[in-house]
Design a protein. Structure first.
Ligand code: COA
Length: 373
């Protein structure tokens, strides 16, 4: 029996949602190249594209954006829960707890139908930033800043986090990060969401499963680790950084933000985020990109690894003043679109996801009674 550890190389399903070519570094959402989407699109537009399988007309986009804006506010009970949770808890853990509570308030929780699924998807996309921002307000003991209906998804998050009129460049930067993180084939968290949906569990449970899976440092937790690593390396010269990399690799440790299961070349999302991080560095006077580039050169020389999407994402968020432990929630705010799109697809063409295993334990044994051991 052939075992593919980590399901590496296994094709588990067919999809028309997105496509990655890991050798050429190509990513497409529903056939549209990520570089075109990054240049010309908006988060709302790609959310529509993913959910409705086509680019919106101007009329459709306005209607969809308005609908998301109207769905942003949270039930009072969720706000109460956010106040109850400890301030030391990681924001991603808070988020998944709040999503579970949100599900408990939905009278249509168990209804799985195309219309209800779409309604829940839009609700989850719209409410995710509010959960994240309200918790940030609460844990920093600042007044809750309610969402605004006149702002785009990205602008509204920045408004709720900072309570100042969002800067257009910051909005553009966050919108770009949201576009780039929205969907990425069968990554671990999306697969978790699909596994959960394949049991016909509810959409909130699927998001909880996906968020818990995203949390790990090998997945969405990587961007926070990258910034911690840069802070650790601050002030070190290239020789010292090289030695640090060599030692880490010698110990068999991973360097966060490098490597990818599918891309064996530069991740196209990292290319776009690097450009944006550089633009922001010039405005803020920070030097994240210079330091990231230096480390990337060293890691490439030592191990031939390319940076992935999480490598430059942190430098964009840090330049926007987003706290390190909220980086993963910025990812969630975007990937919720991919998760929900995949769930809709799974419910529509459902087949329980249940792989096999190869047993390598004891041969059949005779049971020995407790008193006789
Ligand atoms: N640092 C050091 N070595 C790495 C590495 C990293 N970030 N990523 C991969 N490698 C090495 C492995 O040690 C292994 O080397 P070996 O063949 O000499 O033993 C080889 O590359 C293959 O790595 P492996 O972990 O088996 O690949 P994978 O497809 O299972 O893992 C990741 C993919 C993303 C989990 C892995 O690259 C990783 O852990 N990266 C760091 C975390 C990260 O940035 N995650 C965000 C992903 S978008």
């Amino acid at each position: 029996m052939l075992v593919n550890h980590g399901l590496q190389g296994i094709v588990a399903l067919e999809t028309d949602i997105s496509r990655v070519d890991g050798t050429t570094g190509t990513l497409e959402y529903r056939g549209y190249n990520i570089h075109d989407l990054a240049t010309f699109s908006s988060f709302e537009e790609i959310a529509y594209l993913l959910l409705y399988k086509q680019l919106p007309t101007r009329f459709n986009l306005t209607g969809f954006s308005d609908e998301l804006a109207l769905r942003r506010e949270l039930p009072e009970k969720i706000v109460d829960v956010l106040y109850q949770l400890p301030s030391f808890t990681h924001p991603s853990v808070i988020y998944r707890t709040a999503i579970s509570c949100l599900g408990s308030l939905d009278p249509q929780l168990k209804v799985i139908s195309p219309d209800e699924n779409l309604r829940k998807a839009k609700d989850l996309i719209a409410k995710t930033p509010t959960i994240i921002a309200y918790h940030q307000n609460i844990r920093t003991k600042t007044p809750i800043i309610p969402p605004r209906e006149d702002l785009s998804h990205a602008a509204n998050v920045l408004w709720m986090l900072n309570a100042v009129e969002p800067d257009p460049i910051a909005v553009k930067a966050l919108d770009l990060a949201l576009i780039l993180h929205a969907e990425h084939t069968l990554n671990a968290s999306t697969f978790a969401a699909r596994i959960s949906a394949s049991t016909l569990s509810d959409m909130y449970a699927c998001v909880v499963a996906a968020t818990g899976t995203l949390f790990g440092p090998l997945h969405g937790g990587a961007s926070q680790q990258v910034i911690s690593m840069l802070r650790e390396l601050e002030g070190k010269d290239p020789m010292a950084i090289t030695q640090w990399v060599v030692n880490k690799l010698f110990r068999g440790e991973k360097i966060m933000g490098f490597g990818h299961r599918v891309y064996k070349t530069m991740d196209p999302r990292a290319v776009e985020l690097r450009k944006m991080a550089q633009e922001l560095d010039e405005l803020t006077g920070n030097s994240w990109v210079a330091r990231l580039d230096l480390l990337a050169d060293i890691v490439y020389q030592q191990k031939g690894l390319y940076p992935n999407v999480d490598y430059y994402a942190g430098s964009v968020y840090a330049n926007l003043g987003i706290p390190d432990d909220q980086f993963i929630n910025m990812f969630t705010m975007s990937r919720i679109v991919g998760w929900t799109t995949h769930m809709l697809d799974q419910y529509l063409n459902n087949k329980l996801i249940r792989p096999l295993q190869k047993y390598n334990g004891n041969e059949t044994q005779s049971y020995v009674h407790l008193d006789d051991r």
